[in-house]
Design a protein. Structure first.
Length: 183
């Protein structure tokens, strides 16, 4: 079995400016390429799992999302990093339009996207890592049984009833930690 790392997109891969859908607004987070390279060097396959309710809300189309996604994957490749797959949820249970208005199993905090990746790529989730900046990411990772769940945010909400493996202010802090725990 393989081990995977599940990256949230907005807030981890790119600066979260709210419903980012244009490459002009897509600013890669400081350190994301170094982090991915280190994880690849340690044998992790890299995935993204991202809620994209902007599609459901009609802020941008599925095709616009896919175009941005292809562009983003190309930039990763230019940095020598292969993203195995991007899982995205285009739904919203109440604000979604037409076919996108469903209470799905993929929208985080549901663990659906992680579990799907686990099946499709035969991943050992206990040996896997999740990195997210939002409460929903952390909950999804824990519900999926991911072994290491890291919350990277300078604005961590308190009073949540689940606990991440560790909390870091930025990717540099996470990388310093991983250097110590990855063998
Ligand atoms: Mg996020
Ligand atoms: Zn969904």
């Amino acid at each position: 079995m393989q081990k995977g790392v599940f990256l949230d997109r907005d807030g981890i891969v790119n600066v979260d400016r709210g419903y980012v859908h244009l490459k002009e607004d897509f600013v890669f987070c400081e350190g994301i390429f170094d982090l991915c390279r280190m994880l690849e060097d340690h044998g992790f396959k890299i995935f993204m799992i991202t809620n994209q309710s902007g599609i459901a809300r009609g802020y941008f189309t599925l095709n616009e999302f896919k175009a941005l996604n292809d562009w983003m994957l190309g930039i990763f490749l230019e940095h020598g990093i292969h993203i195995s797959k991007v899982y995205y949820c285009p739904h919203h249970p109440t604000e979604g339009k037409s076919e996108f208005r469903i209470d799905c199993r993929c929208r985080k905090p549901a663990p659906g996207m992680i579990l799907q990746a686990g099946e499709e790529f035969n991943l050992n989730l206990k040996e896997s890592i999740l990195i997210g900046d939002g409460e929903r990411d952390i909950e999804a990772g824990i519900r999926a049984g991911v072994g290491q769940v890291y919350w990277v945010s300078d604005n961590v909400s308190t009073g949540v009833n689940f606990s991440p493996t560790a909390i870091f202010k930025d990717l540099a802090g996470l990388m310093a930690h991983l250097r110590g725990v990855l063998t």
